[in-house]
Design a protein around this ligand. Structure first.
Ligand code: HEC
Length: 111
């Protein structure tokens, strides 16, 4: 299910073209950094609304980072959430998450 979702996303993103390059980049970040712990794929992302993802990803993803840094169960992610690599790419990640949020309709839009 998860793999299928990622394939579908890749196809959709490639079809829509370069205007959605940021979402594609965000997807790569998600696959690389998040799937190891959150393997729900689409259902994980669709578990939140656009507004909720936005709130978490505000201020260079401060909310999301804090949530993990305060949770011992997420210890393996601490190095990542504490790094510049994370803050540099939160914009792409946010676009990807918002694109597939619960109330987005799941249709890659031309924006
Ligand atoms: C090392 C494992 C790990 C990694 C990597 C990780 N997380 Fe998490 N994440 C957790 C844990 C543990 C929690 C706390 C919730 C729980 O206990 O299930 C959590 C919670 C969350 C929550 C809140 C869940 C909720 O129901 O409100 C979100 C959203 C989230 N993570 C997104 C991400 C994103 C996006 C990434 C990649 C940038 C990521 N996580 C990377 C372990 C991880």
């Amino acid at each position: 299910m998860n793999k299928l979702f990622l394939v579908l996303v890749s196809v959709a993103v490639l079809t829509v073209g370069s205007s959605n390059a940021a979402i594609y980049k965000g997807q790569r970040v998600f696959v690389k950094e998040c799937v190891q712990c959150h393997d729900g794929g689409q259902s994980f992302i669709a578990g939140k609304k656009i507004r909720e993802w936005k709130r978490l990803m505000n201020k260079k993803g401060k909310g999301l980072a804090e949530l993990h840094l305060e949770n011992k169960k997420a210890k393996k992610s601490w190095r990542y959430f504490d790094s510049r690599q994370y803050t540099r790419k939160t914009k792409h990640l946010a676009q990807f998450l918002i694109e597939y949020a619960k109330d987005s309709g799941n249709v890659p839009a031309c924006n």
